[in-house]
Design a protein. Structure first.
Length: 259
């Protein structure tokens, strides 16, 4: 991990109320799918703390998706090409790609909600480059909450759900996930999104006897396990730190199987 001083090279609007910042520095940005970085603009003293973001891509360029929901993310969403972005990372534990790469009968099923698309688009591109076609189930409240869905469709079999039914299947991601796992219980599930969605995805996966890895979302100040602000209780009764022990966990280590 290291601090990198980067400059924004491109600002995109992949969906209403979402921004994607692409940035580059003097050296490549190394990270695996699911790992994250702490980022901060040169906006003065306040807010002091950086914000944690999963990477959509890394290498010569890095990129993050920003949905403005508070002061820090509002400032990030308002940044322009040429502005400086301080990036600290890569941090945390990413997804384990080994099982589908070693056993090609294990089809990856990726399940995303909202900005949880970021690490999963990176992941599905990695599978695509290895010659593996993923199923990507992507849910949002409305059709405006599906940033980067065209990019997903290029590298995976995309299944869309919206709560209002404006695009794809009406309902939540668990309905197509249940159907898919009923047909193929030799799959492996990777997910990122809101906590409630992750809990539901865990329940469906564990009920089907399918391995499931979850990338948790949590507010954090340091990204290194020092501040203890991102603690979650594991199923073994011990505390796990999303920044240090995760953000990617085996579903059974975080959520008890539904009875």
């Amino acid at each position: 991990m290291k601090y990198l001083r980067t400059r924004i090279t491109e600002v995109l609007t992949p969906a209403p109320n979402y921004k994607m910042l692409r940035f580059a520095g003097d050296e490549p940005i190394p990270a695996r799918p699911g790992e994250f970085v702490m980022v901060r603009g040169e906006w003065g003293v306040h807010p002091v703390l950086p914000r944690a973001f999963s990477l959509v891509e890394c290498g010569d360029f890095g990129s993050i998706i920003v949905k403005p929901i508070g002061e820090g993310t509002e400032l990030l969403a308002g940044m322009e090409v040429g502005e400086v972005l301080t990036v600290f990372g890569p941090l945390g534990k990413g997804y384990d790609l080994a099982l589908p790469l070693e056993d090609r009968s294990r089809r990856p099923v990726l399940v995303a909600g909202g900005v949880g698309v970021a690490p999963l688009l990176y992941l599905t591109r990695e599978f695509h480059d290895a010659g593996i076609r993923s199923v990507f189930i992507y849910g949002g409240r409305t059709e405006d909450d599906l940033p980067l869905s065209p990019e997903i469709a290029e590298v995976a079999d995309l299944v869309v759900t919206t709560e209002n039914g404006a695009r794809g299947e009406q309902g939540r991601v668990t309905a197509p996930l249940e159907r898919l796992l009923a047909e193929d219980n030799h799959a492996i599930v990777y997910s990122c999104g809101p906590d409630g969605m992750l809990h539901a995805v865990s329940n469906v996966s564990q009920a089907a006897g399918v391995p499931c890895q979850l990338a948790l979302e949590a507010p954090m100040a340091c990204g290194m396990g020092t501040c203890k602000g991102c603690a979650v209780m594991g199923t073994d009764g011990s505390y796990k730190y999303v920044c240090y022990d995760g953000p990617v966990f085996e579903a059974a280590d975080i959520f008890e199987a539904a009875s």
